[in-house]
Design a protein. Structure first.
Length: 480
């Protein structure tokens, strides 16, 4: 309704102004015509009086004849009054005196009061003077008042009728359709694209409604397509992460094979001693206990490897990041030792660092980074992990204010990353490793996992000195 008022009220005001201006012109024209009639009548009356005055002068009556004529002319004071005045008594301007000197009549109107006319003549005593005629404008005021009243009534009635019709049409043609459009827009903002909008108008508002219906149809199609793409992307990401996890499992298996070799040798030797009868009694019982312990250790190692390789959907839980890091160190230690590296984790300085996320996915990220560090040090060296709480600001591509974050650093003393390669390390299939050592998917997968956790990865590398990968994860609970 507001739009209808914005349209109809200025139009109504413009109509009233136009009608008022028309009424003013009409009244002005009537007054000017009335003044022209008065000027003509006074001029005719004055010339008739002057003609009569000339006849009296020719008869020789002089001043007495003039007095009788003036008395007869002024018999009705409500009509035109006349008198003769010498030039010295004339209340005229210099310009008006010049007009009068040329023998032309001078007509002056005192608005709403009197209309006066001066005609040049010769007075009865022979001196130059003028005949003065005056008429009141009381009748004109009454006439103008009636005209104005008539115009006010007529134009007021027409204007009010026009305003009512305009506001009514505005409400029907503009207000009601716009309310329907606003309601449709609110439903669209809530994600409800159903129910086509029916306006029933073939104007611009009807075209807008038709375009909104078409937009909703397109949005429905786009939403369905987007859902399909999201499902496909999620499936592809899950498959990619699982493939990367299996690749990591293959590398871990090589390190764990050594870890399993020693317990297997112990089990085989102890079992042989029992079978051949080399031991008996309490010593046989002791060998059986050793076999049981070694089998439990092998079972633990294999279960840990299977748990890491198992393909599971993401599960967001509240957990201790430093505990997950410690578990990863325990699982990856055989691989690091096989490469001649020492893997360690610094004890937390401020107690447990707890976050919300998927511990299995983050364990996959840690494994990728540790394996990269081990491969970066073919001659061996230390790989250190540390977990702490910091305040950090997300990078520009993620955006967001400064806040509390958990930071996990993986540091090595390897060859480092060349400055020209550093901007590309998170690109899929980009790798600086030798053929067969990597497929270039580990870091892109890690980046995707961190992004899903509302975090990011930062890298600091000095070629030939050290490289540090830092994982930043929000300490605040994720919105449910």
């Amino acid at each position: 309704m507001q739009l209808a008022r914005k349209i109809t009220l200025p139009l109504a005001l413009s109509a009233f102004l136009a009608l008022g201006f028309s009424a003013w012109l009409s009244v002005r024209e009537a007054v000017e015509l009335h003044h022209a009639d008065i000027e003509r009548d006074q001029s005719v009356a004055g010339r008739v009086f002057l003609a009569a005055l000339d006849r009296e002068r020719q008869r020789g009556t002089g001043a007495e004849g003039a007095a009788l004529l003036l008395a007869a002319a002024n018999r009705y004071p409500e009509l035109t009054q006349m008198k003769l005045a010498p030039v010295s008594e004339l209340t005229l301007s210099a310009a008006q005196r010049e007009v009068l000197a040329r023998g032309e009549p001078v007509f002056v109107v005192d608005v709403w009061h009197t209309a006066e006319t001066w005609l040049a003549t010769t007075l009865p005593d022979g001196t130059p003077g003028a005949l003065w005629l005056q008429e009141t404008l009381d009748a004109e005021r009454d006439t103008v008042g009636r005209i104005v009243k008539s115009h006010v009534i007529n134009f007021g009635t027409l204007g009010a009728l026009w305003a009512v019709v305009a506001i009514g049409l505005g409400a029907v043609v503009v207000g009601r359709p716009m309310r329907s459009l606003a309601e449709k827009a609110r439903r669209v903002s809530r994600g409800d694209y159903s129910g086509p909008l029916r306006i029933g108008q073939r104007d611009e508002i009807g075209q807008l409604a038709a375009e909104m219906n078409h937009m909703c149809d397109e949005l429905l199609v786009a939403r369905d397509r987007l859902q399909q793409e999201v499902v496909a992307r999620s499936t592809a990401q899950d498959a990619l992460r699982h493939a990367d996890r299996l690749t990591t499992v293959g590398l871990l298996a090589a390190g764990i094979a050594h870890e399993l070799g020693t317990p297997l040798n112990v089990v085989a030797m102890r079992a042989k001693m029992i079978c051949t009868g080399e031991v008996a009694g309490d010593e046989a019982k002791n060998n059986a206990s050793i076999i049981h312990q070694q089998a439990g250790q092998m079972t633990r190692i294999i279960r840990q490897l299977l748990d890491f390789a198992r393909r599971e959907p993401p599960k967001l839980t509240h957990f201790s990041l430093d505990q997950v890091a410690a578990q990863s160190v325990a699982m990856l230690a055989p691989l690091a030792e096989k490469g001649g590296c020492t893997l360690s984790i610094a004890p937390p300085a401020e107690g447990p660092v707890e976050i919300d996320g998927d511990p299995n996915q983050l364990q996959q990220v840690i494994a990728n980074l540790v394996i990269n560090s081990v491969q970066a040090m073919p001659q061996g060296g230390p790989v250190r992990l540390s977990v702490k709480k910091v305040r950090a600001t997300p990078p520009p591509d993620l955006g967001g204010p400064e806040g509390p974050y958990a930071r996990l650093d993986v540091n090595d003393r390897g060859a480092g990353i060349a400055p020209e390669a550093l901007p590309r390390i998170f690109e899929p299939f980009f790798t600086t490793k030798a053929v067969g050592d990597g497929n270039g998917l580990g870091l892109p997968v890690a980046w995707g996992i961190l992004k899903d956790h509302r975090g990011w990865i930062a890298v600091e590398s000095t070629p030939g000195v050290s490289t540090t990968f830092s994982l930043f994860l929000p300490l605040e609970r994720a919105p449910s």
